[in-house]
Write a protein that binds this ligand. Structure first.
Ligand code: FAD
Length: 218
């Protein structure tokens, strides 16, 4: 017989959106369970934060944990194209709030946020995969397979799909539509730049700014 559990909010995915949302809901006394199919740390792409992210992290009481994690400090962005160079300082802005942020490795960053949410009291179930959902008017029934390949169900008043690239609800509910936009491709890798800033020609190189370069053969 399949066990049926209950929660007010079930969140699919323990990436940044899932764990921040869970922490914010938990702060308000809402009963929340996060289902995460992987074990953390796990690889994810998307490492460049903007200062506005710090405001969200502050609301979720996660700012101190992120500040303590020794990520690469970032105070702006620099652009280089065919020898032309310009840069922007995030602190030179007209709105209130943080003016600096970090460049992060997502495996570590996502784990810091998830661990902080758990420290605050959020229940995160790793290696629990949502495999099916039945949505009714007042409640949704989620079918979940755990790390021991046991199946159970959770009834939730509200379901938040934070599955990112997993696109779990659109897939399960056949909501996916072909995009009308032209296909794009991104190539991702980590590099060691070997830029020696003690050499005079490189002395204006600012490691506190993300550098965005346009390939000379664009
Ligand atoms: C090339 C590239 C570069 C990018 N660069 C940036 C950048 O510089 N800055 C930036 O902010 N964003 C960037 N992004 C976007 C960024 O990667 C995403 O917006 C971000 O990862 C989304 O986070 P999330 O928390 O919504 O989901 P994710 O981080 O994708 O987390 C979703 C989680 O859901 C879990 N999951 C999936 N299916 C299930 C299931 N069935 N049951 C349970 N759990 C499940 C997954 O295991 C995963 O841990 C980039 C994206 C690409 C492709």
């Amino acid at each position: 017989m399949i066990t049926i559990q209950r929660t007010q909010v079930a969140i699919i995915g323990a990436g940044p959106s899932g764990t921040v949302a869970a922490a914010l809901l938990h702060q308000q006394g809402i009963d929340v369970v996060v289902l995460e199919k992987n074990l953390f740390p796990r690889f994810s792409i998307g490492e460049s934060l903007l200062p506005a992210c710090m405001e969200v992290l502050k609301k979720a009481n996660m700012e101190a944990a992120v500040n303590a994690a020794s990520f690469q400090f970032k105070d702006g962005a620099a652009f280089r194209r065919n020898g032309a160079y310009t840069c922007f300082n995030f602190t030179e802005k007209f709105t209130a709030g943080a003016g600096t942020t970090f460049q992060v490795q997502r495996a570590q960053f996502d784990k810091v946020l998830a661990d902080e949410a758990a420290t605050q009291g959020v229940e995160i179930r790793y290696q629990h995969t949502l495999t099916a959902i039945d949505m009714a008017d007042d409640t949704s029934t989620l079918t979940v397979v755990d790390a021991d390949l046991q199946t159970y169900q959770i009834e939730a008043d509200f379901v938040l799909d934070a599955s990112g690239f997993g696109r779990v609800l659109p897939r399960l509910l056949s909501l996916e539509e072909p995009s009308c936009l032209p296909a794009r491709k991104a190539i991702f890798t980590h590099v060691v730049d070997h830029i020696d800033t003690t050499v005079p020609a490189n002395s204006d190189y600012d490691r506190n700014k993300i550098l965005i370069s346009v390939h000379p053969r664009e």
